[in-house]
Design a protein around this ligand. Structure first.
Ligand code: LLP
Length: 391
């Protein structure tokens, strides 16, 4: 056993695989509850897109979180894990008819609607079932987040949401439709946000919007502020649990709530990222012309974040604590972007060593692909390891 990893028990398992520390996940969920528990009107939905592993979903559901889904498949995954339909919100710019029908049949809590044509389709499909669908409008608040360009979503140029200038029109349209009920507004400014002033800017924008709507006698029951709280990729052990206190405090202090209003949060990364690691094996050490490569058996098909966003994930040799050496750590996929880290230092590694690619619980396993006819990575939880079931 090295560090927190049961390396001995990993020895007989085919690599690469995801390993989830379910104790850490439970502690993370406790930390969320500690901050939101005193606010009856704060409702946290887990963003299923971050990781839909059934075992993790069950733990998250048992902690009392709702689910934030972006596809029919995610709604099915959430329901299969036991999330109640009334705890499910459903967002996405391109909802297909079958997905809307599924959500209507299951009586989910709310559709986060992103355009007028979508609102019309939801109204028609609900009418044909004799139902009324709760709808919230996703407003593009034009608030920038200081994060990677590919994961900011709340700027005017992004495809998401309804422009602020069109907000009153869509609310008016909905009020004339028979099979939708306007219940709130939805926002989301981006992901991996560590600067609380970004969330503060969102609060200020929402306050302005509320004042403006109130002048027109429009009341909002639910404010969904989306997700986006980031994690510390550099220090997965030291800062294993994100700063939920500052995050929820920002909303508590700066969002001007009216009596009876509910605030919904959609947290993904901050819930699951730190509890997951991708465990891979060193295959070959190759001396290149200018550098040394450690070629491992995991690739961008198992964890695409470094290739797609140049994302940093800490990598540790969990088989050996020999002297430090510098490597480029690369996978076997036929793409030059199949690199987990460049010029990174770790304990000297040799063929057969296990490496842990840390902070991989969010947007890791769920984004895996089969490019190069690769097998999808398997996953194990620390619970399973303790109980001796390894599948
Ligand atoms: N709500 C909405 C409407 C979203 O679009 C997202 C994430 C979330 C909630 C959850 O955000 P979180 O709390 O996880 O930041 N694949 C990228 C991240 C994409 C995030 C997309 N939307 C990555 O690996 O960094």
């Amino acid at each position: 056993m090295k560090g927190t990893f049961p390396t001995e028990r990993f020895k007989d398992i085919q690599t690469p695989f995801y390993y989830y520390d379910t104790d850490l996940l439970r502690n993370t969920l406790e930390a969320i509850k500690a901050e939101t528990g005193r606010h009856e009107n704060f409702i946290v939905h887990y963003a299923v897109k971050a990781n839909a592993n059934p075992q993790l979903l069950t733990i998250i559901k048992n902690a009392g979180l709702g689910a934030d889904c972006v596809s029919g498949g995610e709604i099915e995954a959430a329901l299969a894990a036991g999330f109640t339909p009334s705890s499910i919100v459903y967002a996405g710019v391109g909802k297909s008819d079958w997905e809307i029908n599924l959500a209507l049949d299951k009586n989910i809590f709310c559709f986060n609607v992103e355009s007028v044509p979508e609102l019309e389709v939801i109204n028609n499909l609900a009418a044909s079932k004799g139902k009324t669908a709760n709808v919230a409008f996703r407003i593009n608040p034009n608030v920038g987040a200081h994060t990677h360009a590919n994961i900011t979503t709340g700027l005017a140029e992004n495809k998401f949401g309804i422009a602020m200038r069109d907000m009153k029109d869509i609310i008016a349209k909905a009020s004339k439709m028979e099979n939708v009920k306007f219940i709130g507004l939805h926002f989301h400014i981006g992901s991996q946000i560590l600067d609380m002033t970004d969330f503060l800017a969102l609060c200020n924008r929402i306050n302005e919007i509320q004042d403006e709507l109130e002048n027109r006698h429009i009341r909002i029951e639910n404010i969904n502020v989306g997700g986006g709280l980031g994690i510390d990729y550099e220090h997965p052990d030291r800062v294993a649990i994100p700063d939920f206190k500052s995050y929820f405090n920002t909303y508590e202090r700066h969002l001007k709530l009216r009596p009876g209003q509910h605030v919904h949060f959609e947290l993904g990364r901050s819930v699951v990222a730190q509890c997951g690691s991708l465990i891979t094996k060193t295959l070959y050490i190759k001396q290149g012309a200018t550098k040394q490569f450690a070629i491992v058996d995991a690739g961008m098909t198992d964890l695409i974040r470094p290739a797609l966003y140049q994302a940093y994930h800490k990598i540790e040799n969990i088989s050996s604590d020999g002297p430090h050496e510098e490597y480029d750590i690369v996978g076997p996929i036929c793409e030059s972007s199949d690199v987990f880290a460049k010029q990174t230092v770790l304990n000297r590694t040799k063929r057969g060593d296990l490496l842990a690619i840390r902070s991989a619980g969010a947007y890791g396993e769920i984004m895996a692909s089969q490019y190069n006819c690769r097998k999808l990575p398997r996953s194990y939880t620390s619970d399973g390891m303790r109980q001796g079931t390894l599948s």
